[in-house]
Design a protein around this ligand. Structure first.
Ligand code: UDP
Length: 380
């Protein structure tokens, strides 16, 4: 029997996303592999999504990402409209075996709005929820709704209501783990790279200070708040500092950015991003938060670049200390680890990614979880 899954990617960005886009990237990576395994996928997203699927449900023509800058009630309005569209579609049909939802809390509200006729649902947690139990409260939808994490550590830290409804975790994956053609051939250089949103949790300030101490160049790639290019941030007025990530950048990172030892290049994408990471001595993750899933970590391994990081969140699950990276509980040791990272083998990193972080592996795991959800199981 064919399994039909309604995949809710939400109203914010098209799938695949044009550049940065966490959830949309996960959906774009997962869906083709699910369809290869014979799953029918109905995608709830925006009309401009181009991902090949069996059917599409859309309320908005284009991604509503810019609405996230508006007041909170307007953001909720967009979520509600998307939700209403999904519920309308679900009410009209009885062929959906399962909803796989990626939209924090909204998807669960879908189930509640549907009442007892709702199909069972799996909700993938994408965030570190230890500090945000209010996002879920009691799980509306009760026993028909299950959740999965993107790492064991994320689940272990999640509020109890979520853990009680968990069917396990599935690590994030990347097409780079298998796609040999996209693997860059750039030779290794001596620079370090931090790939990620500029944010205190990601620790770019620690990395920048470290680069000056150990004497290796560091490239910071990623957006500062809504600003993707240095010239756009430079042109933004002082009110831009109301954004906490912009303030963090100006106060704690920019003093180290000298354009030579430390550079901020804005958001990089595609081949440019892959080459930057593949040619690095190491990817740095001087984390201050408990990284829930770490897409950039598995991308780095896929590109043959070892990871030097504080041992927080999912890092110890993804990195084998001494083989694919070097981890420490003490951020003062990061400098020594950067020096030692040159001894690690790029091929070991690629091999690890090709074994553990492929899209096919992720899809197989999700098919297992769909089965568990449909039979009402939880992880003991
Ligand atoms: N990313 C990118 N260009 C950048 C910075 C980040 O394409 O300049 C991508 C990165 O490759 C990864 C995603 O953004 O795929 C970040 O996901 P991750 O799980 O590492 O961090 P999050 O932002 O979701 O906490």
């Amino acid at each position: 029997m064919t399994l039909t899954v309604l995949m809710n990617a939400g109203p914010w960005l098209s799938v695949p996303p044009p550049g940065y886009g966490g959830i949309e990237n996960v959906v774009a990576t997962l869906v083709p592999e699910l369809r290869r395994l014979g799953v029918r996928v109905v995608l709830a997203s925006v009309e401009s999504s181009t991902l090949p699927v069996d059917e599409k449900i859309a309320v908005f023509p284009d991604g509503q990402f810019s609405a996230l800058q508006r007041p909170y009630n307007q953001v909720c309005g967009v979520s509600q409209a998307h939700l209403a569209g999904v519920v309308r579609a679900l009410h009209r049909r009885d062929d959906i075996d399962l909803v796989h939802d990626h939209v924090e809390a909204v998807g669960l509200a879908t189930m509640a709005a549907m009442g007892p006729d709702a199909p069972p649902a799996l909700h993938t947690l994408h965030w570190d929820l230890a500090k945000h139990p209010e996002l879920y409260g009691t799980l509306d939808g009760g026993d028909r709704v299950r959740v999965n994490g993107v790492s064991a550590s994320q689940l272990a830290r999640a509020p109890r209501a979520l853990r009680e409804h968990s069917v396990g975790h599935v690590h994030l994956s990347t097409p780079l783990a298998v796609d040999a053609d996209r693997r860059p051939t750039t030779p290794k250089g001596d620079h370090l790279v931090i790939l990620g949103r500029i944010n205190p949790g990601k620790g770019q300030d620690l990395g920048a200070r470290l680069a000056h101490e150990v004497g290796f160049p560091l490239v910071l790639a990623g957006p500062v708040g809504p600003y993707h290019r240095p010239e756009d941030l430079a042109a933004a007025g002082d009110e831009a500092r109301q954004n906490p990530d912009v303030r963090f950048f100006h106060e704690h990172v920019a003093p180290y950015v000298d354009g030579d030892r430390v550079r901020w290049v804005g958001t990089v994408a595609g081949r440019e991003r892959d080459d930057l990471v593949a040619s690095a001595r190491a990817s740095l993750f001087p984390l201050r938060w408990e990284e829930p899933g770490g897409t950039a970590v598995v991308e780095s391994l896929s590109l043959g670049t070892p990871v030097v990081a504080t041992a927080r969140g999912c890092l110890p699950e993804l990195i084998e200390h001494g083989r694919t990276g070097l981890l420490t509980a003490d951020e003062r040791e990061l400098g020594d680890l950067v020096l030692a990272a040159g001894l690690l083998e790029p091929d070991e990193c690629r091999r690890e990614a090709a074994t553990r972080f492929t899209p096919a592996r992720m899809a197989e795991r999700y098919v297992e979880l769909y089965d568990r959800v449909r039979h009402g199981a939880t992880v003991p």
